[in-house]
Design a protein around this ligand. Structure first.
Ligand code: TYD
Ligand code: MG
Length: 447
């Protein structure tokens, strides 16, 4: 077939080797004396708790769920130049520094190029054994002899198997490479990290099946022009997918940002169009500045640009704003972004987007004091403010940065310790929150 019946694309089908048909596989349970296996109660299954391999980076370890699991396979994706190779080289350097065996397979760069990078990362990085090779068979043979505990393959798209006809990076090749490396990982108890490319539209290149085959998919994102990078897990069989790790690219490689709130809030000022969001990323509260700008539009439909927040949620917020006493922005261009290049995925960001937009449309700052106004909460379709989890931790984080006013969904305060409520102002609905933020009663009276 020239055309794939699944996706409708032309010339995407790739020839693959069919496995040898074996008589035994095709006729199950036919042999005499051979019993069919029986299921075992889970309580009787032996599960040795494996000691994880720490990568020397708290941020990476946390996203992985506490370090690399021996015998597992991890896929890390990200745009070119984002720092995948740098992150993996420093991780290997630290694992090697702890006396474990490692191998860095480089299909993309020559050994000399890998060395040049390693020179910037410190002495441990220079002790990493590197294998610049693109033939899967050679790589498998070499790592079988080396018996590493952690092996990085950079990148999965550059290796190829001679058994298949497709070019390296094609669907069949990538799948074969991943499958063979997975078998190696499981059999030898080696943690294998595959580095993957990301296509223009931001998805991991190669077949989706790759994401099913691996235990953990990490996405490394950020803008190459900026220094901040975030690492998040899209799938993790050994941990949560809510955690993010924050890094900064410096001349000596990637450094961890231990206190991201401080970095992201550093430039927040109480000006029109700015609102601080108390977000949660996994188990960690994170303060970020949401910025909005509105301008009369000269195109139909007007522009809706969202950086760091979900575009669909922005549409929802715009619609509820118009209905609940906020500005109608139907003929304005709207830009919303999270300062610092972070992406916030939780619905608790809605209220901050709404307030930043309202403030931008009016041209007035939200806060009256020196500290910016903060908030969190999900906006429902009827304009109500909905409960979001971890109110207490968010409020504590805001208090740590001296934020004096935090607008909170009223429902969130019932299970919050009174000590954490000092800065909190409860609002039932979006309309309420807009009044509190833009028309404080004391000021209207004075006027
Ligand atoms: P790299 O890890 O090669 O990215 P990827 O493998 O994801 O394509 O490096 C990305 C960029 O980081 C590169 O443009 C150079 C820069 N960089 C630094 O700024 N400092 C450093 O110490 C290193 C090693 C790289
Ligand atoms: Mg690279």
């Amino acid at each position: 077939m020239g055309r794939c019946p699944g996706c409708g694309e032309w010339n995407t089908l790739v020839e693959e080797q069919a496995p040898e048909p074996s008589a035994r596989a095709s006729r199950p349970g036919r042999r005499r004396g051979e019993k069919a296996p029986r299921p075992v109660p889970l309580a009787e299954v032996e599960a040795s708790s494996m000691e994880r391999v720490l990568t020397g980076s708290d941020e990476l370890d946390r996203v992985l769920g506490g370090g690399l699991v021996p015998g597992s396979i991890v896929l890390i994706g990200g745009a070119p130049g984002i720092g995948k190779s740098t992150l993996m080289t420093s991780a290997l350097a630290s694992v090697a520094g702890a006396g474990r065996r490692v191998v860095y397979v480089s299909g993309e760069e020559s050994a000399a190029q890998v060395r040049l990078r390693a020179e910037r990362l410190g002495p441990d990085a220079l002790s990493i054994p590197v294998l610049a090779e693109t033939s899967l068979h050679q790589v498998l043979g070499s790592i079988a002899a080396e018996r590493p505990e952690v092996c990085v393959v950079d990148s999965v798209q550059t290796l190829y198997s001679e058994d298949l006809t497709g070019a390296p990076g094609s669907v069949g090749q990538v799948r074969e490479v991943a499958a063979r490396l997975e078998r190696f990982a499981r059999e030898r108890g080696c943690a294998v990290v595959l580095v993957g490319h990301v296509t223009k539209d931001g998805t991991l290149a190669g077949p989706r099946v790759l994401e099913h085959a691996v235990d953990c998919v990490l996405q490394f994102e950020g803008e190459p022009q900026r220094t901040y990078r975030t690492l998040r897990a899209l799938k993790n069989r050994f941990g949560s997918t809510n955690e993010i790790g924050v890094f900064e690219m410096r001349s000596g490689g990637l450094t961890e940002v231990a206190d991201p709130s401080e970095r992201f809030l550093g430039e927040a000022r109480p000006v029109a169009g700015s609102c601080v969001l108390c977000a949660m990323e996994g188990t960690r509260p994170l303060l970020v500045e949401v910025q909005a700008l509105t301008a009369p539009s000269d195109v139909v439909p007007p522009r809706r640009i969202a950086n760091g927040v979900d575009r669909n949620r922005l549409s929802l917020v715009l619609a509820t704003l118009a209905r609940n006493g906020g500005p109608s922005l139907g003929s304005s261009d709207v830009f919303v972004s999270v300062a610092g290049g972070v992406r916030i995925e939780e619905p608790g960001a809605d209220l901050a987007v709404a307030l930043a937009l309202a403030s931008a449309a009016r041209g007035e700052p939200l806060a009256r004091g020196s500290a910016p106004l903060a908030c969190f909460g999900e906006v429902g379709l009827t304009g109500e403010l909905r409960f979001v989890a971890h109110a207490e931790r968010r409020l504590q984080e805001a208090a740590r940065f001296g934020l004096e006013q935090v607008i909170v969904p009223a429902r969130c305060l019932s299970d919050t310790a009174p000590s954490a409520q000092a800065a909190a102002t409860a609002a039932d609905s979006l309309g309420d929150a807009l009044r509190i933020a833009l028309d404080p009663p004391a000021l209207t009276q004075a006027a």
